[in-house]
Ligand binder design. Sequence first.
Ligand SMILES: C[S@@+](CC[C@H](N)C(=O)[O-])C[C@H]1O[C@@H](n2cnc3c(N)ncnc32)[C@H](O)[C@@H]1O
Length: 246
Amino acid sequence: MTEASILFFRTCLALLAMPIYILSFLGIWEPFCKKIFFPFFLEKLSTIHNRKTKKQKQELFRNLPDFAGPSGELKLLEIGTGCGANFQFYPPGCRVTCTDINPNFQQGLSRSMSQNQHIHYERFLVAAGEDLHQVPSGSVDAVVCTLVLCSVQSVNGTLKEVMRVLKPGGVFYFLEHVADDHSSWRYFWQQVCYPTWKLVFDGCCLTREIWKNLEQANFSELKLQHISVPLPGTPIKPHIIGYAVK
Ligand SMILES: C[S@@+](CC[C@H](N)C(=O)[O-])C[C@H]1O[C@@H](n2cnc3c(N)ncnc32)[C@H](O)[C@@H]1O
């Protein structure tokens, strides 16, 4: 019964979004999404999401300076930087390497950089989280991922790269939206929206249980909390937040 109703509502949603499915079939949607729609949408989303999670992010990144190297320098790598929503939370002098698979966020990124001149921008790499070969092993003190593990091709592959690039004792910070409790209505709607949401929002998957990947990733310490971010009318309320030490 549940499977049938998921399928029914999925079809209704797909019919509503038919123009996008047609554009996708014609090979037009994906390039338009990556170049124009998603960069525009992400800047709006980042502003709203940052407003709703400001306190949690401030608390999350509070201990970042503790992970600086012996010289006091903090080398941070961000995966899926997007428009630079996290720059404001990094401590002064922090040396940031930004990476993203999509190079089309220059406008939002420049705006965020000019508002956050307290950090050093070392490098901008077009790279997938699953393949950070441009970053040497054991070279960074901290890695940050926010709202990215929902979209990567492989969560485990990305975590493997996080482990590789981190120095021993380095830290991985995360804030990700995740699947809701399987008995909840929201999980039902997450399953309904899944295919259309993924198509519209550049590969974002609604039902990933990312905490399980983190638990299995062999970090020496994992601090993880399930929280609800008030984003009414969306299926992305349930989040996980925390950090893991190599
Ligand atoms: C929802 S946005 C989040 C951006 C930013 N981290 C934030 O919190 O606002 C997801 C980002 O992950 C990037 N992304 C998607 N797949 C990726 C991958 N395999 N490797 C690296 N970045 C990826 C997207 O291009 C996009 O910038």
